[in-house]
Design a protein around this ligand. Structure first.
Ligand SMILES: [Zn+2]
Length: 421
C-alpha cells in the first residue's frame, strides 16, 4: 500500500481543490481519498509526503500521433529511415510522453498495435494507449495517401497499418472491420480536409456522404468502438454530427453553424479542438497551410466559447507528432487563453477526456476504485497552468500505482527524458 499525502488534490471532476489531502493506493487502484487528518497511514503502507505540491489524475491527450515524426512526405511515408529506427524513435516518444505526466494517450492514427502490446508486456515504458490505427476517408480524403505528383506506389505496405480508403457504404463497413482486426480501439475518420491537407481539399471541403458516415458509425458501434471524426467546417462537419460520431476533432468552424453545437450537447458528442497544431501550422507550414491556420484561428476560439456555453464537453488534444512531441500540456495553456478556466482545462485533460475515451471508470479522476494514475506537480496549476509544461516540476508520475518517474531527489528515474525549453 502507498499513501500519498499532504498536497493539494485536484481530483479531475471539477470539484474545488482539497488542501492537505491524502490518497491511499492498494494493488494499483485508489482505495481511499480524503483529508490527511482523517486518513492515518495503515501499518504496512509506504508514505510519500508531497506538502506544497499538487496531486492530479494522470493527464490524458485525446488526439496525438505518437508514431508521426514530421509532415514531410518522406517522413509520413516512412521512406527516410529504416523501420527499425522509426520504431525506436516512437518508443522513445512513448517513454518521454509518460514522463511528462501523460499516462493515457488516444492515438489518432499511425501507431500500430505492436506498441500497445509492448507497453502492456512491460517491454517499453509508455502511457496506456487507445489506438485508432488509421484514418478512414474516401478517395482524395485525408486517409488517401497520394503524393502531389499523384503517386501512391511507394507507400510501403505495413500489415499492421492497413489501407483506409473506402468509397461506398459496403466498403466503409469492410474498412471499419479491417481497422478493428488490426487492433483499433476507436475508429478515426475524416469528413473534411484539414489545414495541412493538399491544396483543393481544405478545411471546408467535404468527404463522405451521410449514408456512408451512418454506416461507418453503425458498424463501429456494433463492434463496440467509438468514432472520432476529423471535421473542421463546411458540410462535412454537419454530416459527421448528423451521423452521430462520438467526438469532433478540430471543429474549427463550429461557430458558423451554431445549431451543430446544440446537437453535440444533446447527443453527448465531445469536442477535441487541438489548438496546439494550428499554432505550428500558422508559424511553420507551407503558404496554403499558414493561410488556412490564420483563417480558422478566430473561428476556433469562438467555437470553443460557444461549445462551453452550449454544454459541450471539451477534451484536450494536441494533434502532436508532425510538429513535435512531448508538448501535450501546451494545449491546456491554449484552452485557457481561448476562454476556459484553469480548472476546466484540467478537466479537459482528465475527467472529461476519460469520458470521451469511454475509460471514466478506470482513469481520469482521483476517486476510490479508479486505477492509480497520478501526477504530482510542484506548484499550483490553477494559479499558473503553464507550470504543467515545466518538466522539472513533474515530480512524480504513477501509472497503476507504480512510480514511473521520480524527480524528487538527485536520482531521476526515467533518465532518457530531456527537459523541454
Ligand atoms: Zn490528427
Amino acid at each position: 500500500m502507498l499513501l500519498v499525502r499532504g498536497g493539494t488534490l485536484i481530483d479531475g471532476t471539477g470539484s474545488p481543490p482539497l488542501s492537505d489531502a491524502a490518497v491511499l493506493i492498494n494493488a494499483g487502484r485508489i482505495e481511499q481519498v480524503g483529508p490527511r487528518r482523517s486518513m492515518p497511514p495503515p501499518p504496512d503502507a509506504e508514505v510519500i509526503d508531497i506538502a506544497g505540491m499538487t496531486l492530479l489524475p494522470g493527464l490524458i491527450d485525446g488526439h496525438d500521433h505518437l508514431a508521426s515524426h514530421g509532415y514531410g512526405l518522406a517522413q509520413r511515408w516512412g521512406l527516410d529511415e529504416p523501420h527499425s529506427t522509426h520504431h525506436l524513435r516512437t518508443a522513445r516518444v512513448l517513454q518521454e510522453t509518460l514522463a511528462t505526466g501523460y499516462t493515457t494517450i488516444r492515438d489518432a492514427a499511425g501507431l500500430d498495435v505492436g506498441f500497445k502490446l509492448a507497453v502492456e508486456d512491460g517491454l517499453i515504458p509508455g502511457p496506456r494507449l487507445v489506438l485508432a490505427v488509421g484514418i478512414i476517408s474516401p478517395t482524395g480524403g485525408l486517409g488517401d495517401r497520394v503524393s502531389p505528383s499523384g503517386h501512391s506506389c511507394c507507400v510501403p505496405l505495413d500489415p499492421t497499418l492497413p489501407p483506409s480508403v473506402a468509397n461506398s457504404v459496403g466498403e466503409v463497413r469492410t474498412v471499419v472491420r479491417t481497422m478493428v482486426r488490426a487492433g483499433a480501439d476507436v475508429i478515426k475518420c475524416a469528413t473534411t480536409g484539414g489545414a495541412s491537407s493538399r491544396p483543393g481539399h481544405g478545411p471546408k471541403d467535404p468527404a463522405f456522404n451521410l449514408d456512408e458516415m451512418q454506416a461507418l458509425v453503425e458498424e463501429s458501434h456494433t463492434l463496440g468502438r467509438r468514432v472520432k471524426c476529423h471535421a473542421l467546417g463546411g458540410p462535412g462537419l454537419r454530416t459527421a454530427i448528423e451521423a452521430g460520431v462520438d467526438s469532433i476533432e478540430h471543429g474549427c468552424y463550429l461557430d458558423e453553424d451554431p445549431e451543430l453545437l446544440s446537437m453535440m450537447a444533446d447527443r453527448g458528442i465531445f469536442f477535441v479542438p487541438t489548438f496546439t497544431v494550428y499554432v505550428f501550422h500558422r508559424e511553420q507550414g507551407p503558404a496554403h497551410v499558414r493561410a488556412r491556420g490564420r483563417d480558422l484561428q478566430s473561428h476556433h476560439i469562438d467555437s470553443l466559447q460557444r461549445a462551453l456555453a452550449a454544454g459541450v464537453k471539451v477534451v484536450a488534444g494536441t494533434d502532436a507528432g508532425g510538429h513535435r512531441h512531448n508538448i501535450n500540456a501546451r494545449e491546456l495553456q491554449y484552452l485557457v487563453e481561448a476562454g476556459m478556466t484553469p480548472m476546466q482545462a484540467i478537466q479537459a485533460a482528465t475527467g472529461w477526456a476519460a469520458q470521451c475515451l469511454g475509460l471514466e471508470q478506470e482513469v481520469g479522476t482521483i476517486q476510490p476504485g479508479r486505477l492509480a494514475d497520478l501526477v504530482v506537480v510542484d506548484g499550483d496549476p490553477l494559479q499558473r497552468i503553464t507550470l504543467l509544461q515545466e518538466i522539472e516540476r513533474i515530480k512524480l508520475v504513477l501509472k497503476s500505482g507504480a512510480i514511473c518517474v521520480d524527480r524528487r531527489g538527485e536520482k531521476v528515474i526515467s533518465p532518457l527524458v530531456r527537459p523541454q525549453a
